[in-house]
Design a protein around this ligand. Structure first.
Ligand SMILES: [Zn+2]
Length: 249
């Protein structure tokens, strides 16, 4: 199964990221049954809902020792299932909940660089910080996010041939703010592109970024793993004692 293959590939722990509240019981059950699985609470910007989540509701659902983040949230102007105004209001709600809980925010940004940066600044996201998940924007956007206490996380698309510029960004992010992730089942890295993505392939993302940063893959994996444990508060909360290998989400 997926988690066994992930462990065989050197993966140590992972965060299963929520995209809606309907599947939350499944994420909680998985996190409960596996020591090395954590989860987040949030509603994806483009997920249609009957009722918008409130700050109180998110706080209540996230009040669990293995809930390590709020999200994913953000803005997605690539698809238009939810209007930009509703997305922005929902994004603000998530940041407010994260600040109340002092948990990091997992931010999804698609074709919305300027608005994502504006809302994050407006809501003071730097108080709780977070992760720019599946980072696919330019260096000025990365810099602005870094200035707001946001880690920059790369996934399989950094390995795609045409994404030379993105590899340039991955080469420049300060080491302590760099993360890697799977975004499975999407964005499968080379050389598996075309297949269904899964967490074990995060190794290929690590190898690609190690190459552009001129460091050994093991070193990169260990650094991003420590960054992820720190960002998700795993060490702070005594959930793990620090890690080597590949930490991902
Ligand atoms: Zn996303």
């Amino acid at each position: 199964m997926v988690l066994e293959r992930f462990a065989q590939a050197g993966g140590q722990w992972l965060v299963s990221v929520a995209v809606d509240l309907d599947h939350l019981p499944r994420l909680q059950a998985l996190a409960k049954s596996r020591d090395n699985v954590y989860f987040s609470v949030g509603v994806h910007p483009n997920h249609e809902v009957d009722a918008e989540p409130t700050v109180d509701q998110l706080c209540e659902l996230a009040d669990h020792p293995k809930c390590v983040a709020i999200g994913e949230t953000g803005l997605d102007f690539f698809r238009h299932r939810v209007s930009p105004e509703e997305q922005e209001a929902r994004f603000r709600t998530h940041i407010q909940a994260a600040k109340a809980l002092n948990k990091p925010v997992i931010v999804h940004n698609r074709d919305a660089d300027k608005d994502v940066l504006r809302v994050m600044a407006d809501e003071g996201i730097s108080d709780c910080g977070g992760i720019m998940h599946c980072f696919s924007s330019d260096w000025p956007t990365a810099q602005a996010a870094l200035d707001m206490n946001m880690s920059i996380s790369f996934t399989g698309n950094v390995t795609f041939k045409r994404n030379e510029e993105l590899r340039g960004v991955a080469a420049k992010v300060p080491e302590d703010m760099l993360l890697i992730e799977t975004d499975s089942p999407y964005l499968t890295p080379e050389p598996f592109r075309g297949k269904r993505n899964e967490p074990s392939y995060v190794r290929n993302v690590a190898e690609c970024i190690a190459k552009v940063r001129n460091v050994p893959p093991e070193y990169l994996a260990s650094a991003t793993s420590q960054n992820a444990s720190r960002r998700f508060g795993l060490i702070r909360h005594g959930l793990i004692r620090g890690s080597g290998g590949l930490g991902c989400f």
